[in-house]
Design a protein around this ligand. Structure first.
Ligand code: SAM
Length: 464
């Protein structure tokens, strides 16, 4: 194992250091986190097809898309065909075009797909006015969800302004943007503090449907908030399990192997998830307490423990809950795998966790956890720090780690880059542990760069 804070093992791959490159990587990650969807519709009037398409193209441009000439020509063809068919129907329908993200997980960076369909005309009066301008006939509805990262206030306001201008609101001036900036500025830090995944949601609709876009756009701003539990509940419904991989961490098994007789070395697995580490350690004979916050995951873990009849006590709860029935000074190993890296957000919170671990560890017991550590000479920007929380790879600097440990009865005995360690120690057939593991662990969920990001996941091992 490396000495604490020895980063020499990572010096092999060239590191990405260019601040402009890192900033553009963060900008890309912000775009990937934006969710949006639109529907525009208008009566099937062939003479307005060009104006309709121009609005769609402008809106896509405002949403940072650069459609290719081939894409534009294929939309043009669809539009012409639909308009011709719709114009022949009686009663004539409206033509609706839905703009949907091509890949929900990639946000704006993944592009859009366009879907054409007919919807009934609900405003026949509009059809009588043959002199109406295209914008008077065009309706729009849209939703934009922007992560509440305070450092991206300028980007959020700019995007909103560009969208509204693309929707014909040409009168918007600098003072309008200033107004939004002033109203969002206090909300963002407050909402972001409540949840790293909080979103500012803006809903767009025509102010006066009788005169379409020409009547202006109504904006409704709200906050979208999802708890950690609700994220995992959704994952359990929508993702194929096991959610965090099937096999235990090589580091967890190797540390446990140094504890002596397994039956005499109880383990506390905090944030045990679906139990890949708890189950493996129990199979080796360790008495395991598996603590997990999310109910749906404890249920899966319970079922697995029962099926194998393993010595695992499954506890549902929060490690910070003082009421939890955890025996003090008793565990030979306290393990937190992917927990601090995914869910912690401040040095203070980490320090409280370390204090709690000290209370629970037997003298000489080991604490194993992982964090995303910045390289010693990399000073993360506020944007990078916020983004790391959004993408569940909370980063801290070596100095901050030392602050969290200062004065506690814990000695840092090893510090290993997780990716190198696990790749070297896991059997090749188990590599990579999950589809997302390498990208996340290497720090590329934060800085998707060629070369080594200046932040990566580390195993830290402490002795009580
Ligand atoms: C990314 S998962 C990792 C699961 C497991 N340790 C593994 O590596 O497979 C993080 C887990 O930590 C749990 N968790 C987060 N904060 C917690 C807390 N304060 N107390 C207990 N569990 C927590 C979450 O519910 C989630 O299941």
């Amino acid at each position: 194992m490396n000495r604490p804070f020895d980063f020499s093992a990572q010096a092999r791959e060239e590191r990405a250091t260019d601040p402009a490159l890192l900033a553009s990587a963060l900008a890309l990650m912000y775009d990937r986190a934006i969710r949006t969807g639109w529907e525009l519709d208008m009566p099937c009037r062939q003479e307005h097809g060009g104006a309709f398409l121009a609005r769609i193209a402008e809106l896509l441009q405002a949403l940072k898309q650069q459609p290719t000439p081939e894409e534009i020509s294929s939309w043009e063809q669809s539009l012409t065909t639909y308009l011709a068919e719709g114009a022949q129907r009686d009663p004539a329908p409206r033509l609706a075009v839905a703009l949907e993200l091509a890949d929900e997980m990639s946000g704006l960076a993944g592009g859009f797909v366009l879907q054409f369909s007919f919807i009934p005309e609900e405003n026949p009066a509009a059809l009588l006015d043959s002199g109406a301008a295209p914008d008077q006939l065009l309706q729009v509805r849209g939703v934009l969800r922007l992560p509440c990262l305070p450092s991206f206030l300028g980007e959020q306001v700019r995007l909103l302004g560009n969208i509204l201008r693309a929707l014909g609101q040409r009168h918007l001036g600098a003072e309008d943007l200033e107004g939004w900036r002033a109203s969002f500025a206090p909300l963002l830090p407050e909402w972001f503090a409540q949840s790293a995944n909080a979103c500012l949601q803006v809903q767009f609709a025509s102010l006066d449907p009788a005169i379409g876009l020409a009547g202006g756009i109504d904006l409704e701003v709200s906050r979208i908030f999802a708890s950690i539990e609700s994220h995992y509940q959704r994952w359990s419904r929508t993702r194929e399990g096991p959610l965090f991989g099937e096999h235990p961490d090589a580091m967890a098994l190797n540390v446990a192997a140094c504890l002596g007789e397994a039956a005499a070395a109880p383990v506390l697995d905090v944030g045990a998830g679906t139990g890949r580490n708890s189950l493996a350690l129990a199979r080796l004979g360790h008495p395991v307490d598996a603590l997990e916050l999310t109910v749906v995951l404890t249920e899966q873990l319970d079922a697995a423990v029962e099926a194998e009849g393993l010595p695992v006590r499954v506890l549902q709860g929060d490690i910070f809950d003082a009421e939890l029935a955890l025996p003090p000074s008793s565990y030979r190993l306290v393990l937190l795998s992917e927990v601090i890296a995914s869910h912690f957000r401040s040095v203070d919170e980490l320090r409280r966790l370390l204090i709690r671990a000290c209370e629970l560890l037997a003298p000489g017991g080991m604490l194993l956890f992982d964090v995303f550590l910045a390289d010693p000479d990399f000073e993360p920007s506020a944007a990078a720090r916020e983004m790391s929380q959004l993408y569940w790879c909370w980063l801290l600097t070596p100095t901050e780690l030392q602050q969290a440990l200062a004065g506690l009865p814990l000695v840092l005995v090893a510090d290993e880059a997780v990716l190198d360690y696990e790749r070297t120690h896991l059997p090749p057939e188990l590599w990579p542990p999950t589809r997302w593991y390498v990208q996340w662990t290497s720090g590329r969920n934060l800085f998707p760069v060629v070369g080594r990001p200046p932040v990566e996941r580390h195993w830290l091992l402490c002795r009580r």
